[in-house]
Structure formats: C-alpha cells, structure tokens
Design a protein around this ligand. Structure first.
Ligand SMILES: [Zn+2]
Length: 264
C-alpha cells in the first residue's frame, strides 16, 4: 500500500489539466493506491492568474474514483473569515473533502490571525491542513518570506490538536521546522518534490532531509508526497532504498501515517 499525501489537479482549460485516467496509469505503474488531490486558493493573486481551483472540480474528480483519490479544499485570508469557515464546512459536509491546503507564498504568513477561525474549524472537524512551506514556488508573484517556519510555530502552539503537514519539509529550513515540531505531536512533514529541488540545486537534498526528520521528529511524523503525478517513482524508490530505515519505518512513511492522519 502507498498513499501520496501531496498531489495536484490543475484548473479546467489549463494545458496541465489531465484526465483521471492519466493519474491512475501513473499511480498503477508506481504502485500508488491513493493520492490526495490538494485544493488551490492563491487569493486575489490566483484570481488574476486564473489559478484558483473550485472545490466542485476537486470533488468531481475524486468522486469518480473514490477508492483512489482523496480531495482537499483550500482557503485564503484575502477572503472573509466567515466565508472561509463556510467553505470548509461545505467542502467537508457536502462535497466529501477531507482536509485543507494553504499556500502562504501567495501573500500571507501562516500565523495570520484572519486564518484562525479556519484553523479552529479544522481542529473541530479533525481534518488536517497541508501548508506549503519553504521551497519557493516558481509561480509569478510568489514570495518566499511567507514560507518560513517561524510563522508556523504560532499555529502549532495555538492549535495543539490541529494536524499540520508541512509540505516539502519546509526545505531549506528543515532544522527550524524540526524545532517547531519538536515538543508538539501535531506537526508532520511531507517529502514531496525534494528530489526535484535536488536536481535544481545540484546536491543531495531528499535523503539527508528524510534522515534528519526521522532522527528528530521520528518516523511517525514523516509522510510520502510526490507533488505531481510524474514524480511518484523517484521519491518512492528513495524511501524504499534508504538504508537508515527499517521495513516498518518505510510502511509508516509510505502509507500508515497518512492513513492515520486522513482517518481512512
Ligand atoms: Zn504541491
């Protein structure tokens, strides 16, 4: 069993919008059973770029293959606090979505108090929040300053029961992220896209990061994610071949932790 905790769907009409069959083919080839399809809300920035993804599109996509896909909604502090809370309630109760994605690079710090009602709602509904941290997104207008783990610490402290998944292990601020998660039980890290970061930077990133996370936070707080349907195999084989992991560690990272977080 393998669960991909971090995958995407592009908006309809985009050249990157692929049919579910393409996903299923890639997943079958890589031995991936289930993939989380994250929501996209870049606020007003995303509206201008037509990059925001309606929850209905995510829901329609995942509902066609409910045994293979799990959908997430997304919120942004550019919108009214109550609107965000209502969106979460509707996404979970009416559309069957199972978590929230946040994209701070589009213009907000994770500890922005306008998001506190949304965090509170997520805590109450017991659904996880995946937050893009670290790794600068290539999209126009993205700003790295918002992706620093210092701003995540408040959220981890103020919402001790909220399951926070730090996307990309907040690379390069992995050690800072470890400090944020060290004395809490609610901070997890996904290792998505770190192989691609490695290709761009020209030095090892994925395995050293995985090793640091497992040594400090422990294997129960690391989850596999790809960040794209064509990036499944490299990360899976890195986990499978990591000589510092036991078979039971690999199982936790590749699916058991995700299963527990998602309650599936
Ligand atoms: Zn992503």
């Amino acid at each position: 069993m393998i669960i991909d905790m971090h995958n995407h769907l592009s908006v309809k009409g985009s050249p990157y919008h692929l049919p579910a069959e393409e996903y299923l083919k890639a997943m079958d080839e890589a031995g991936v059973d289930k993939a989380v399809i994250l929501g996209k809300d870049y606020g007003k920035l995303g509206e201008g770029q037509e990059g925001n993804l309606p929850d209905e599109d995510v829901s329609e996509f995942v509902k066609a293959h409910p045994d293979r896909f799990i959908g997430f909604t997304a919120v942004h502090p550019d919108w009214d606090e109550r609107e965000n809370v209502e969106r979460i309630e509707r996404a979970v109760n009416d559309l069957g979505l199972k978590g929230i994605k946040l994209n701070p690079a589009s213009g907000f710090y994770p500890n922005d108090e306008r998001l506190y009602p949304a965090y509170k709602k997520a805590e109450e509904l017991d659904i996880p929040v995946v937050i893009h941290m670290g790794v600068k997104p290539p999209s126009e207008g993205s700003r790295l300053k918002y992706c620093h783990p210092t701003y995540l610490d408040d959220v981890a402290v103020d919402f001790p029961d909220l399951k926070i998944i730090v996307a990309h292990a907040c690379y390069p601020w992995v050690e800072e992220t470890i400090m944020v998660g060290l004395y809490t039980g609610n901070v997890f890290a996904d290792i998505s896209t770190l192989n691609q970061v490695e290709d761009v930077l020209g030095y090892e990133v994925l395995l050293p990061t995985l090793r640091k996370l497992t040594l400090s936070l422990g294997v129960s707080r690391v989850v596999f994610g790809s960040d794209g349907i064509f990036n499944l195999e490299p990360i899976i084989s890195a986990v499978k071949n990591a000589d510092f992991l036991s078979d039971s560690d690999r199982e936790k990272i590749l699916w058991k932790n995700a299963q527990e977080i998602l309650k599936i």
